[in-house]
Design a protein around this ligand. Structure first.
Ligand code: PLP
Length: 366
């Protein structure tokens, strides 16, 4: 007889009700390493060789010591080339951990998270675990335009948090930084978080325009996961007013970022040319993919990020499976509002996209 059969679930320690009813964000599956990974918008070629060299150079005894973060905030500021102070940069175990910390610090039971739909899938579970109410406003029309008027209106009731992903994952929708500043100015009691994970692919950052001392309710998220290729090491940043960064940092552990991530981050931040070169390749490949999809007359949507949406004529699960058999992973958007039936295809280098396109044409007989 197993343990479960002898003790009923009701006699187990009870988690908070918000946790019991939570559907956790589903993370990448196993077994992706030998595949062409166009499913999670990662960098598809790996980080700068200087990152790999720095990691290889870590002496064995450093592994036995707790991580040290001295100088990392300064390195982020230097990389951004903006007049920011180091205490305006929070360090997190990936932007996921920053998002979690923001909700932990600011999201209270019964308060509202205002966001858009569809958007990045981790905002909702974070809101749910705090017992927040979610107001997710749909993108508009066939081009998934940003619902600016509806967001403006919803801001009038001073939600606790507004999460905007710019460009949005998965629709790629872009919002001009000036509009974001206007939204923040109109709602001083709402913390407006701009998730700029894919900003490099659109160039729409709010950071060069932001004055956090005048606008403490604005917070910007940046990561080295996607463009710099450090997704496996987990490191991300929250940039804003020092007091807000401090509150978010209070709800994280003292050593949440490990030494390998710190070493890699220093090296990656120093080699911006590598990141810029990769971004240029992706943008070129995105243009090429858009041309192919247009010429083939396929229903698709390509906008700001390193990803596009594509509606196959065959059942998406079948196309997804056939691509997988060809060694290519994409992500089916099954059940996502407005984009159900589409595949989200991450964009890598031109060569990788040519491989994807050849397989897609063969599988779907176009
Ligand atoms: C919009 C968005 N925000 C945050 C994340 C998480 O980033 P990180 O890998 O830095 O935790 C992702 C990852 O897919 C994302 O798409």
């Amino acid at each position: 007889m197993t343990h479960d059969q002898t003790i009923g679930l009701e006699s187990f320690p009870q988690p908070r009700p918000e946790v019991e009813s939570l559907h956790a964000y589903s993370a990448p599956l196993e077994g992706r390493r030998q595949m062409l990974r166009l499913d999670f918008n990662e960098n598809t070629i790996g980080p700068s060789p200087t990152v790999v060299e720095a990691l290889r150079g870590i002496p064995a005894d450093h592994i036995a010591i707790y991580p040290e973060y001295n100088g990392l905030r300064e390195a982020v500021v230097a990389n951004l080339g903006l007049p920011l102070q180091p205490d305006q940069v929070g360090l997190f175990n990936g932007v996921d951990a920053a998002i979690h910390a923001i909700f932990h610090a600011y999201g209270d039971r019964g308060e509202t998270l205002l966001t858009t739909s569809p958007t990045f899938g981790y905002y909702s579970p974070c809101a749910q675990m705090q017992g927040m109410v979610i107001n997710a406003i749909p993108y508009e029309g066939p081009q998934f335009a940003f619902p600016l008027e509806a967001i403006r209106e919803a801001l009038q009731s001073a939600p606790r948090l507004l999460l905007l992903c710019n460009p949005n994952n998965p629709t790629g929708t872009r919002l001009a930084p000036e509009r974001i500043l206007e939204l923040a100015a109109s709602a001083p009691h709402t913390l407006l978080v701009v998730d700029e994970l894919y900003e490099a692919f659109s160039g729409d950052s709010v950071l060069p325009l932001a004055n956090f001392n005048a606008m403490p309710n604005l917070l910007v998220l940046r990561s080295l996961a996607k463009t710099a290729g450090l997704a496996g090491l987990r490191i991300g940043f929250a940039i804003g007013h020092a007091a807000v960064v401090d509150r978010i940092s209070r709800v994280t552990g003292p050593y949440d970022i490990n030494s390998f991530a710190v070493t890699a981050a220093f090296a990656a931040l120093k080699d911006q040319a590598y990141v810029d070169g990769y971004v240029t390749q992706v943008i070129e490949a995105r243009r090429w993919m858009a041309e192919q999809l247009q010429a083939a007359g396929l229903l698709h949507h390509v906008e700001g990020g390193n990803y596009l949406l594509l509606w196959p004529q065959q059942p998406p699960a079948e196309v997804d499976q056939a691509l997988r058999q060809a060694g290519i992973l994409v992500r089916a958007m099954t059940g996502k509002p407005l984009i159900d039936g589409s595949l989200r295809v991450s964009i890598g280098t031109l060569e990788q996209m040519q491989r994807f396109w050849a397989a897609y044409q063969r599988i779907t007989s176009i």
